[in-house]
Write a protein that binds this ligand. Structure first.
Ligand code: F6R
Length: 614
């Protein structure tokens, strides 16, 4: 949430920051702004409520030549999405400009104290108090890093910020306080960058260093140094990242969401290549940190995630129980800490996250760390915070995901969890070799199966035209299809703002059926598994109440054709792998309904790609 960029070097900072803000806009798009030092006596500051185009038209032809600056794209927490609340924020004297991501929890108390001293505030944000506190420390003779540390010491909360001082304009100071909001420092030729995430830096450099919570980066064009918030120097080497900058470009696709849906066959190919091996069937998992002895000691697996990653974790639970035969549970990461779960060193906690920066997930991982659990993380973002906390990382290998609605990282997370389950099962001797062979062959077939599911796009586009006018939807599934029902409903509400509910089909009669009439269609996931006949009964119950039904069925199953109003047929896969092809249908349905309704698919209202505030 909130994108941050800072630059110091020999290039013109203004255009560079504007371009980086476009890359960061997916993190928040309530407002954007930048501050540049233009060698005059004050910063050039421009801010605009709304998306980057608003700012672009405001600064057109006005950007001064500047060798350093900071920029921000906002997801509002404190204060409405207005020009005044847009970042950067300055202290009243205009000496310090800052951009901030996260929350200063005690800002009211700090603000009240500053008001009592006659200070004025130009915004309703929590951020502005930090600009005052940093400027006060500078006026007291501290240098910028020390002033930032002093200010941070007076706050509570979790956040990241970058500050720039008018009296020393080529210097940027960035801090990471707590788990909210990452900071990555990029190194170039006589230039340095600071950003909330790697995507902003990819066109400029691959040499990066990440800040851990409680760390500060002191960045100038020629060099960057690092220390703790207590001022102790840190040795932080820069590492080369291999992410592909081209992958973060929309190309011929109308939306990133559509591009990422279509990237799934290639992404899954990367995910299975070199990992799923035959003769004998097994999985080679680089990044898996536990030996067979340790794996045999696990008595329980707890999977955690948020949103789409939580739904992937639900599918993962089935894989772990069925293939590794270890008791597994799944928890919404935000709730995990509240239930005082019984954890010990024999519990394997698997966290799932596209970004690896989700604040609720990091908090849950901290609970697990304190309890001494073994930790594995499934992540798509190299070097993200979850990867640094867990004992080992299984990367999704899906390439950068830019659209706010997660698509390819849902299938990417599921395949990583499937691989982990096979690996655990083999190490524990609980996996039947014939099953292993079927699963490895099935996984190797996934890129093709998902590619085939994509061929349903024209049919789904037509279906979406017929259903886009409905205001309410129900999604039903059983077993492995229950998480898919949740995911289908989530995707639809995110990108089309329609009311959609996902339910375990068995739960339908316990309440939700009261909603059913001819105005509430149901998407019923009814693949040909051992639960298909029960789904058929549910569909009959819906039809008896005049509900419209779109049935998602397996290849060769015509048994629902007389009952359902519409049918989509999934390509052939192993039963355990049906969620992959069903996911594509859910994603395309949400996409085309949103398109039909004229919604902003890549930047749905109120959302941000990475949730770094509680
Ligand atoms: C849904 C979506 C969110 C994320 C959730 C977790 O389309 O994108 O629900 O899945 O915010 O994010 P990560 O996976 O980055 O931890």
């Amino acid at each position: 949430m909130c994108g941050i960029i800072g630059y110091t070097g020999e290039r013109s900072a203004g255009p560079l920051i504007m371009e980086a803000l476009r890359r960061l806009e997916y993190r928040g798009y309530d407002s954007t702004g930048l501050a540049l030092f233009d060698h005059g006596s004050s910063f050039f500051v421009a801010r605009a409520a709304g998306k980057i185009d608003q700012l672009a038209s405001r600064v057109e032809g006005r950007l001064p030549a500047a060798a350093a600056g900071i920029g921000h794209t906002r997801w509002a927490t404190h204060g409405a999405a207005t020009d005044a609340n847009a970042h950067p924020h300055l202290d009243p004297s205009g000496r310090v400009a800052i951009v901030h991501n996260g929350i200063v929890e005690n800002y009211e108390e700090l603000r009240t104290a500053l008001l009592a001293r006659g200070r004025h505030f130009a915004s309703d944000t929590d951020t502005e108090v930090l600009a005052h506190l940093i400027a006060d420390a500078l006026e007291a003779g501290r240098d910028l890093p020390a002033a930032v540390r002093d200010a941070v010491a007076r706050t509570t909360g979790a956040y990241a910020l970058v500050a720039i001082d008018r009296d020393e304009p080529g210097r940027l100071v960035a801090v990471r306080v707590g788990n909210a909001g990452g900071i990555v420092v990029g190194r170039g030729e006589r230039e340095h960058f600071v950003a909330s995430d790697l995507a902003a830096l990819l066109p400029h450099t691959r040499e990066v260093a990440f800040l851990e919570p409680g760390e500060l980066a002191d960045v100038r064009a020629a060099a960057a140094s690092f220390c703790t918030l207590a001022g102790e120097p840190l040795d932080r080497p820069f590492e080369a990242q291999t992410l592909d900058p081209i992958a973060a470009v929309r190309g011929r696709y109308k939306h990133f969401m559509l591009k990422e849906i279509w990237e799934q066959p290639d992404g899954l190919l990367d995910a299975v290549r070199g990992r799923y091996l035959l003769a004998p069937a097994h999985v080679a998992l680089e990044g898996f940190p536990f030996d067979a002895e340790r794996v045999r000691q696990f008595t329980r697996v707890v999977l955690i995630g948020m949103g789409t990653s939580w739904h992937a974790a639900m599918v993962g639970r089935h894989y772990i129980e069925r293939l590794a035969r270890i008791p597994a549970e799944v928890d919404n990461a935000a709730e995990f800490g509240y239930r005082r779960a019984i954890l010990d060193e024999h519990t394997l906690v698997i966290s799932v996250s596209q970004s690896g920066e989700t604040v609720d997930l990091l908090a849950a991982m901290e609970v697990a760390r304190r309890a001494g659990c073994a930790q594995l993380t499934v992540c798509n973002t190299p070097g993200a915070q979850t990867t640094r906390v867990a004992d080992g990382t299984i990367y999704m290998r899906m390439g950068p995901e830019i659209a706010v609605a997660s698509t390819k990282c849902f299938t990417g997370a599921m395949v990583a969890l499937h691989a982990i389950a096979l690996h655990l099962g083999r190490a524990r001797g609980t996996l039947d070799p014939a099953e292993a062979e079927a699963q490895v062959a099935g996984a190797l077939h996934l890129p093709a199966a998902v590619g085939e599911a994509l061929l349903l796009a024209p049919a789904i586009e037509q279906l979406a035209k017929r259903y886009a006018a409905y205001e309410n939807f129900l999604f039903l599934g059983r077993g492995l299809s229950f998480p898919l029902a949740l995911e289908g409903a989530l995707k639809l509400k995110e990108v089309s703002y329609l009311h959609a509910e996902g339910y375990a089909a068995g739960e339908m009669k316990h309440g939700p059926i009261a909603l059913i009439d001819e105005r509430m269609p149901t998407v019923a996931l009814a693949p040909s598994d051992e639960l298909r006949d029960k789904m058929r009964s549910n569909i009959q119950q819906l039809k008896a109440r005049r509900g419209r039904v779109v049935a998602i069925v397996s290849a060769g199953d015509a048994s629902l054709s007389a009952l359902a109003d519409d049918m989509l047929t999934l390509p052939d896969t192993d039963q355990l792998l049906v969620p992959f092809v069903a996911a594509v249908v859910m994603q395309l349905l949400a996409y085309y309904v949103a398109l039909e309704r004229g919604c902003d698919v890549d930047q749905p209202r109120n959302l941000a790609k990475t949730v770094t505030v509680e």
